[in-house]
Write a protein that binds this ligand. Sequence first.
Ligand code: SF4
Ligand code: FES
Length: 324
Amino acid sequence: MSGGIDNGMTTVTLRVHRFTPRQERERDRARGGSPFAKKSSPFGGGAARRRPRGKQWVQEYTLPASPQDTVLDCLLAIKRGVDPTLAFRYSCGHGMCGSDAVAINGTPTLLCTATVKDWARRPGAAATADDEGFRRTGDAAEAGSPAPEAEGPEPDGAQDAVGADGSLGVIELSALPGFPVQRDLIADIDPMLDQIRKLKPYLQADGVLATTAEGKVDVFEYLQRPEQLARYEMLSNCIACGVCEGSCPVFAGGDAFIGPAALITASRFINDSRDTATEARLDAIDTADGIAACQSVRACSRECPRGIDVGEEIWQLIAQVKER
Ligand code: SF4
Ligand code: FES
């Protein structure tokens, strides 16, 4: 970002759904250390999915920006020069870590790969149609913020429009839907990570280790043919960003569904010829909150930043479980 509003540079307005959690009450704190403290729900999820309480409001920031700037660039400019209290999460800055998933104009996506030209919406412009008819889960998360209007990137050409005042438009931001909000644009993704952990996201292979005649540990090398690698290589690119979960109306409903990201993790190992726990993995997802909960809405496939066709992969898992 360079220049300023006065020297003719264009601007963008970020409309941010903010949230500050209420301070834990003294009474609750005291109870936390007690053996009689209330435990989380016996049905799982419990504390992790509990709706946090606090102050919610919408705040607008207008700042100089170029069409090529990312939304993350804009937030960093605000954080560094305008409002240090604004909270958001990021790490790599180029689509590799998955830590910065939020809802932009109601659509789950990554801050660091979303550009102003793709997402700024000119005031008064007609909403872009969802050509596949999906209902976007544009809920401003479980904190209960009003849901912004769900809307994808502007179609080609629309992004070139600059208002007479130099404005590129408005971008609406809220925390990733389907997860409790921790603060502002930071969602608590622990529920997703817990579900992924449950499905043992690591290679389980018999006979990898052996002891040599000298008593030393020997590790065998596993060779795979290119076609065996091709069966799971794409799936191993999942960065657990939660975009597919934030898009899934079933996952947003609570603990009833283990979630598409966890199923992608399972699929990655089920399709790996080296893994010897396939049956146990299929058993683990053949549950009421596993593949049986998927309604095949396929909203999960639409915004995956790693290009994984999540809905299709889940469909393949369903077929594998049913064919056993
Ligand atoms: S499947 Fe795609 S959208 Fe879902 S968590 Fe992995 S990278 Fe993110
Ligand atoms: S900051 Fe790492 S994916 Fe966006």
